[in-house]
Design a protein around this ligand. Structure first.
Ligand code: GDP
Ligand code: IMO
Ligand code: MG
Length: 420
């Protein structure tokens, strides 16, 4: 049995906190896609930790964590992160496993990411520059190095071949930054990676399922950043949606039970691309300030706006969401009124569908306004004590998207969550 937690917006919905909260109910937490572009924030013993590569169940002593084949893995980031978790007394050799089919990010992937973004000028994606796009290109282009290759004596030869191929591409971009320091730390990290548990991920997870173990698949990014269904080309390079669990871990579709979709009570986006409900005004600034909306991976200010129910209903549909977790509801505590986008005007015509190319149409979001609740909700633990206006806000969202909001998160802390 596999349950899934994934993001329903443009990432940073608070997946890390929610996975950490549910982790004690599961035996295995498995990342199925994405790479170090992710930044999942948790609070452990009151200390803030941001995870990029390791699944968010790592701080629970009895939980096994798997980096699945659908992930792209940067050995340097992983090594650094292993040091961070070791400082909390976590033994990664005991409860971290890596699929041998996981694709490796090499230094030239990062260089290619940078060169590609620079070449795009104004229309750049706003990539995290972690080498994600080029690494997935080498996967589908059938050139990649995978974790299992590290244990093979041909690894260095394969690496050199790939590097030469990348160098020819970098030359066409006139990219000539010296990356020898990156290479040095890469090979150090490779040595470290060889000492970790590299396993056959698909047998590992299916055998555990046969033993009756419970698995939680942890998504990275958000559904609107999905390479197929997101705001292409302003997306990441993997399938961030629930279907990605099957290909990213090697589990069959009928094994997936609950799909928990995480959404903020409002909306943010970091990087370029369309964002219909963005507020480029004082209200947007207020959301950024109160919500502390700065990227966990790059530190960039996040673009902020109202919740977009047209997009949210779309991502619930694509993912088969069974339950919704609404995070950062406390950020709205002090707002006078709250707007909720219920329809789009697309080239002047009303629509409740996400168009094929948001950038090619004139899209004007239409809103319904709700009165705020003007109450500090951060200490509430019981649904009965939630302000009536917050309950109305949630009720409307439930009905609109056709999936029930089952949890409301009202602060970054592990215990700041209310079950409805
Ligand atoms: P992720 O990428 O989906 O895991 O989300 P991030 O960690 O990038 O961003 C979420 C941010 O919001 C982090 O700083 C969390 O500590 C914080 N956070 C999560 N849930 C809540 C919440 O309910 N309220 C508030 N105020 N902050 C939250
Ligand atoms: P988590 O898991 C928010 C965005 C980048 C950029 C686009 C492509 O923390 O929610 P990439 O580096 O993948 O080539 O960038 O996707 N992006 C994210 N935005 N949260 C993330 O992850 C993101 N990962 C990538 O800002 O716009
Ligand atoms: Mg994040």
């Amino acid at each position: 049995m596999v349950d899934v937690i994934l993001g329903l917006q443009w990432g940073d919905e608070g997946k890390g906190k929610i996975v950490d909260y549910f982790a004690p109910d599961y035996d295995i937490i498995a990342r199925f896609q994405g790479g170090p572009n992710a930044g999942h924030t948790l609070y452990v013993d009151g200390k803030k930790v941001v995870l990029h590569q390791i699944p968010s169940g790592i701080f629970h002593q009895n939980t096994v964590n798997l980096i699945g084949n659908g992930v792209v893995l940067d050995p340097v980031t992983l090594k650094r992160e292993c040091d961070t978790v070791a400082a909390f007394g976590i033994d990664v050799r005991k409860n971290l496993f890596i699929s041998e089919r996981t694709n490796i990010i090499v230094p030239t992937h990062r260089a290619l990411d940078k060169a590609s973004e620079l070449s795009k000028g104004e229309s750049k994606i706003g990539s995290t520059l972690k080498g994600i796009g080029p690494a997935y290109m080498d996967k589908t282009g059938r050139n990649a190095l995978r974790a299992g290759d590290l244990l093979d004596k041909t690894f260095v030869t394969q690496y050199i071949k790939l590097r030469l191929k990348h160098q020819r591409l970098l030359d066409t971009y006139n990219f000539n930054e010296d990356i020898s320091a990156w290479e040095e730390e890469f090979f150090e990290a490779i040595e470290f990676l060889r000492t970790l548990n590299i396993v056959n991920g698909e047998y590992f997870i299916n055998n555990k399922m046969s033993e009756g173990k419970k698995i939680l698949a942890e998504g990275a990014q958000g559904s609107m950043l999905d390479v197929d269904f997101g705001t292409f080309p302003f997306v990441t390079s993997s399938n961030t949606i629930s279907a990605g669990v099957c290909t990213g871990l090697g589990v069959a579709p009928q094994k997936i039970k609950q799909v928990l979709g995480v959404t903020k009570a409002y909306c943010t986006r970091v990087g370029g691309g369309p964002f219909p409900t963005e507020l480029e005004n004082a209200t947007g600034e207020e959301l950024r300030k109160i919500g502390n909306e700065f990227g966990a991976t790059t530190g960039r200010p996040r673009r902020c706006g109202w919740i977009d129910l047209v997009a949210l209903k779309y991502t619930c549909m694509i993912n088969g969401v069974t339950q919704v977790v609404m995070t950062k509801a406390d950020v709205l505590d002090s707002f006078e009124n709250l707007d909720v986008c219920t329809t789009y005007h697309v080239n002047g015509k009303e629509s409740v569908e996400v168009p094929f190319q948001i950038t090619r149409v004139k899209l004007e979001p239409q809103y319904k306004t709700f009165a705020g609740w003007h109450t500090d909700t951060t200490a509430i633990r019981d649904a009965a004590n939630l302000p009536a206006n917050m309950s109305s806000y949630i009720q409307f969202i439930n009905e609109y998207i056709g999936a029930p909001v089952k949890y409301v998160s009202n602060g970054p802390g592990r215990d700041q969550i209310v079950k409805l």
